[in-house]
Design a protein. Structure first.
Length: 253
């Protein structure tokens, strides 16, 4: 069975090499006769050497010129050949044991997908606490962020992928719809927690300007996420808040 790992990347030259190197280690340690792999990096309008680095390290590269993570994930998925899709952030990587658990999920034929809790490496204590505080909620509500998200390709196609009306929290919307689809198919969604995905704590500095940007971007992201459910479908595509969500869409540091 072919597993397609899809990595959206916007100016990720600094972090991508570590992600791909560690991912390859986890893949090699989990090699078996039953699984094959492909790694797809979607360059989301980068201005650095993201594409060249990804190609040099053996990944398949596609380009999405519109700077939006939902479109980048969908573009990567559009060329995937696997029966399962694993979405991985460019500054995150799985351990050998996490990838092993993921393959067990696939082999069981009981799941439509899975997510995981997160472990923040590097950065400030403030950002570590800010991000890891969600782990209990992930487990309690059986919900996951987008740093490490697995789903069956037929489910992804049936759902139309990630909503391109959303510039943030698109993974929340997707998991909600994926779980609903899974219930109709008598398939489960679960959140793995024994071996969290490791993600970068690069954001969340103590500087007042950064904290202010974080607060404003999160407030606006929640506001626009609510509008997504309240507005008629004909109006959703007209809401383009990308420039207002500077915390996610500013140039990488």
């Amino acid at each position: 069975m072919l597993l397609s790992v899809i990595i959206p990347a916007f100016n990720e030259e600094k972090f991508l090499e570590g992600t791909l190197t560690r991912l390859e280690t986890a893949i090699n340690e989990n090699n078996s006769d039953g699984f094959t792999w492909e790694i797809i990096v979607c360059d989301n309008n980068s201005t650095d050497g993201t594409s060249d680095l990804a190609e040099r390290l053996g990944a398949r590269v596609v380009v999405e010129p519109h700077n939006q993570i939902a479109k980048a994930r969908n573009r990567g998925a559009s060329v995937a050949r696997g029966k399962w899709l694993l979405f991985l952030d460019a500054d995150s990587y799985p351990s050998v044991k996490l990838l092993s658990e993921t393959l067990t999920i696939i082999e069981s034929n009981q799941y439509v997908g899975c997510g995981t809790t997160v472990k923040v490496k590097g950065g400030t204590v403030f950002n570590k606490l800010r991000m890891e505080r969600l782990n209990p909620l992930f487990r309690l509500f059986n919900w996951s962020g987008g740093a490490y998200l697995l789903c069956r390709v037929d489910a992804f196609q049936a759902l139309g992928g990630f909503s391109q009306d959303l510039y943030a929290y698109e993974e929340v919307d997707f998991v909600i719809r994926l779980k609903r689809y899974g219930r109709l198919q008598n398939q489960k969604f679960t959140v793995l927690h024994r071996y969290p995905v490791v993600t970068s704590g690069r954001k969340g500095e103590y500087r007042l300007s950064v904290i202010f940007t974080l607060f404003i971007s999160n407030f606006l992201a929640i506001f626009f996420f609510g509008l997504h459910f309240l507005l008629p479908r004909s109006l959703r595509a007209k809401v383009r808040p990308g420039r207002l969500l500077d915390y996610w869409y500013r140039g990488r540091e």
